[in-house]
Structure formats: C-alpha cells, structure tokens
Design a protein around this ligand. Structure first.
Ligand code: ADP
Length: 522
C-alpha cells in the first residue's frame, strides 16, 4: 500500500506545474506513504529552516523558522543525509524544548535534492519505534521525486522566462522570427515576420508564399543562401526586395542559421527577419550625395586647372593655325610642290585632333552623370586618368610607370568615379613630389581573388605618423590650400563599390595607397 502510494505520488509530482502544488501534493500524500502521525515540509531559507507546511494529528511548527544549526531538518540539509531517530529524547541533535509541546517521539527526516538540498521532508510518530531500511528508502524516494518535480518546474519556468525575453527582444528589435524545415518543407513565421512580407497576421504563409514574395531578381540568390546554410551550416545574412500587396517596395533582411540536423536527416533553419527599407533608402541617398560630392570634386579640380587648360588648348590651336597659314602660302606659290602643302595641312589636322581630344576627355570627366557601374578594362581606365592628371605640364616631369599584371580581368566599377580616386591619389603624389630631383610614381594593378588591387606609390617624403593615423578622416590636411577631404571621399567611393582602401608609407620611403575593386563576373 505504501509503495502504491509512492508510485501515485510520483505520478502526481511529475505533472505538477508549480512549486506550491508540489508542496500541496507532498503534504497530502507523505503520510500515506510513511504511515506517520504527522509530516512537515521544510524549506531552506538562507541560514534558516522554514516549516512551510504540515499535516499531523497535533500542531507542529508550521510557519516558524529556526536556525539551520538548531534543528534536525537543518542537520539533514547541511549534511545532505537522512536523519533516522527512533527516540528523539536520546538524540543530541534534537532541540528537546521545541519538541516537548508536541506529540512527537520518533522521526525520519529526508533531504530534497541530493546535492545542496533545498528542502527536507519530516515524518513523525507519537511512539518510540525502530525503522526498517524499506521504510527509510520509501521516504528517501519521496525526497528524490520531489526534487525532480521541483527541477522540472524550475526548468519550465526558465524556459518560459527565456521565451518571454526572446519575445520582448524580437518586439524591441522589430524582428520577425521564422523557422524552416529544409527536408520536410514546412515553414513557420511569426506575425511580425509575416508582416515584413506584407502578409496579414492570421493568413497562412507557406514557404512558396515566402519565395514568391521575393523580387524575381533576388529570388535565386536568396533560395541559394538558404540551401547553402542547410548544407554547409554557414550563417544566413541576406537582403532582398519584396513588393507588398499595396504596391510599395520593401527591403527585408534575413539572418539565421542551421539549428539542428537530427538523425532522420531533417535540417532545420531558424532566424529573424527585419525591414531595412529605411536604412537602404538612407544608403542610396548617401551614395547619391557622394556621387555629387565627387562630381563637385572633379569640377573643382578643373576649376583650379583653368589657366593650365587654356594654355594647353591654345598651344595646339595656335600651332594648327600657323600650319594652315603656311599651307595656304605653299599653295599660292607655283614653285612649291603640292606635297609640302598637304604635309603642312596634315600637321594642322593633327594639332586640331590633339586639342579636341583634350576637350573630349575633360568633357567626359567633368560631365555630371548618374553613378553607373559596368565592366571596365583596367589599363585604359588608368591610362586615361593618368593623362588627365598630367595635363598640367608641371606634373609631366614626374616619371609615370605602370606595373600591370598580365591578363587582368575587367572590373565592375563606375569608371568616372574610380578615375576620380586615381586622379586624387596622383594629384596628392605630384604635390608631395614638388621640388623632388627625380620624381616618380608607379601605378600598379594585380589580381587578388575576386578583387583587383590598384596601387599608387610615389618616391616622395612619405606620410608622417600623425597624418598616417587619421589619413582618411575628413579635414586632415598638411597643405596651406588643402581641404583634407580628398582621401575621405576616395575611401567612401571605393567602399560604395564594394572595395577597401588603405594608405601607408611604403618600404622605399614614399607613400603608397592601395584600393580594391571587384572583378566583373561575366
Ligand atoms: P588634401 O590633399 O586637401 O590635404 P587629402 O585628404 O587628399 O586632402 O590628403 C590629406 C593629407 O594626407 C595631405 O594633406 C597630406 O598630408 C597627406 N598625403 C596624402 N597623400 C600623400 C602622399 N602621396 N605623400 C605624402 N602625404 C600625403
């Protein structure tokens, strides 16, 4: 009968959903298991034993607290051992004064939880009696089951708290949650996640709905990212466009990873979604602003070069005019052959060509254009920028060398903007080389994986440590006329196009600036 009572109790304890109900179950059933005249449930409360509940033929200590060291339940919890006492009045561990008003003559006290007990269950008899091992074992079984039930309630409580925390975090971060079973194809999404896809909270939302909501241009990449995460376990971070039913376009960011791969081969992915439309629009605005800034930079460049430019164009035009005059003279005199006249007119034509080439190049460079990216060959792009940089005859003294790796692939860039960067670097190099006896600049390009690294190195004085430390910050300049924004714009331009930029003193003592641009993939 006792064993049956224990089994029933264990079952009830396993189903308990709160600490209070566990105590109530123990209170109700402990006497059935032990056949005792009274039971107590004692909780450890710091240095005290708190007699929280009892069920007995006469009053015991319900609601009272005693020091751990001054009572038997304390001894039991401190030693993590059962106390079996056939006659309390001959056991020195018992505070006899506390027992005298009660019916108790003998007792068994068992700990709840093997390590660091958090409670004890006491059973009391009104007679002096011996206890069999089986009786003690039954009570200890009750102690262990109670401990297990408390652990389960605590675990559920922790789980609930964590879920609540997660829920709050999702709300605070305006995140949606999603989960996807790659094998079975089942897909579940929180209301917030569905809202990101323009779907009402209680409407069904399947994996197919998810995929078809994605902009057709982004769809394949996104599906690939999910499959890839499923097979390799790499993180998912992707951004894509979706069109809401009301026609507006939104940018959604998806982050997640593989969360399990059980033996059945089911692969589950889970993560969060967020609406990053505002950020995307801000990024686009910044890119437009930067492109405008770069345009202004180009105009300023040529504003400064106005006088040089006038001279540069006047020279070939004057030469051409003189050749034409000479040609006319040759034609008028019959002593001279037609050939010499043709030769002179050819020369005039070449000078006109030179002047109009210069004008064309500058027009292409100064003209305002939307940022456009396309596949560009590296060498012509660099050569053109170098030519523009050397329009000023003062800079033609600098020996320009090119160090191009063979077979460089085309790069995916906005050509004019990259030329703007090159022009800035060259102008800085030329200025640093002012007065140098043998000024030289090397422009190099090598492939590095999916990028091409471009490098402009001069043999000037190099960068001082102070300047090097904050090179790309705006308004850092050592020049009387300098604005100190050239390099900061350059870096922004390069980063916008998916590259990185750095600068340092080179091993040969001059300054070297490198930046990367992505290889155009067919
Ligand atoms: P600015 O040319 O208007 O000063 P930049 O941002 O282009 O603005 O350059 C910032 C500073 O970096 C320059 O003032 C100069 O001190 C240093 N610098 C840039 N390029 C070189 C170089 N090739 N050699 C030495 N110093 C350089």
């Amino acid at each position: 009968a006792c064993l049956l009572a224990l089994v029933t109790t264990v079952e009830r304890l396993a189903a308990a959903d709160s600490f209070e109900s566990i105590i109530a179950i123990v209170r109700e059933t402990a006497r059935l298991i032990s056949g005792a005249d009274g039971v107590t449930f004692v909780l450890r409360d710091g240095d005290l034993c708190h007699y929280v509940e009892e069920n007995a033929v006469g009053p015991l200590w319900k609601g009272r607290r005693f020091p751990l060291t001054a009572c038997i339940s304390g001894w039991c919890m401190l030693n993590a051992k059962s106390a079996v006492i056939p006659d309390i009045y001959v056991d020195p561990r018992i505070p006899h004064d506390a027992y005298r008003p009660t019916f108790v003559q003998s007792l068994v006290m068992v700990p709840v939880r093997a390590e660091n007990p958090l409670a004890a269950i006491g059973s009391y008899w009104s007679t002096v009696r011996e206890f069999s091992d089986t009786e003690v074992a039954l009570l200890e079984g009750l102690g262990r089951s109670t401990a297990a039930a408390i652990a389960a309630v605590q675990a559920r409580e922790t789980l609930r708290e964590n879920e609540e925390r997660l829920r709050l975090a999702l709300i605070a971060g305006r995140l949606g949650a999603w989960e996807f079973d790659l094998g079975g194809g089942s897909f579940s999404a929180s209301a917030a996640c569905k809202a990101h896809f323009g779907c009402e909270g209680d409407a069904a939302f399947s994996y197919e709905d998810f995929v078809s909501a994605i902009h057709p241009d982004d769809r394949r990449r996104q599906v690939h990212a999910l499959t890839e995460a499923g097979t390799t376990g790499c993180d998912i971070t992707s951004e894509f466009r979706i069109a809401w039913p009301d026609g507006s376009e939104h940018w959604i960011e998806l982050r997640g990873r593989r969360v399990s791969e059980d033996t059945g081969g089911a692969i589950r992915l889970a993560g969060v979604s967020s609406d990053v439309t505002e950020r995307k629009l801000a990024e686009e605005r910044i890119e437009r602003l930067q492109s405008e800034l770069a345009h202004i930079g180009r105009l300023a460049e040529f504003g400064q070069m106005g006088a040089t430019l006038a001279r540069e164009l006047t020279q070939p035009l004057t030469a051409a005019g003189n050749y034409l005059k000479a040609g006319r003279r040759f034609l008028g005199s019959d002593k001279l052959s037609l050939n010499r006249a043709i030769e002179t007119i050819d020369k005039a034509e070449a000078q006109f060509q030179r002047a109009s080439d210069t004008i064309r190049r500058i027009r292409g460079f100064v003209g305002k254009s939307e940022p456009v990216r396309g596949a560009e060959d590296v060498m012509p792009m660099i050569a053109e920028a170098a030519e523009i940089a050397q329009i000023n005859p003062k800079h033609r003294k600098v020996e320009l060398r090119f160090a191009m790796e063979d077979g460089l692939p085309p790069v995916l860039v906005d050509k004019v903007q990259i030329q703007q960067v090159l022009l800035n670097l060259l102008r800085n190099a030329f200025e640093a080389l002012d007065g140098h006896a043998a000024p030289g600049v090397t422009i190099g390009a090598v492939r590095d994986g999916n990028m091409v690294v471009l490098r402009v190195e001069d043999n000037g004085p190099g960068l001082s440590p102070e300047v090097a430390a904050k090179l790309f910050q705006p308004f850092v300049t050592t020049k009387a006329q300098g604005m100190g924004i050239g390099l900061s714009i350059c870096r922004r331009i390069i980063e916008n196009q998916g590259g990185t930029m750095s600068g340092a003193s080179s091993s040969s003592g001059g300054a070297a600036f490198s930046f990367t641009v992505p290889v155009a993939t067919s």
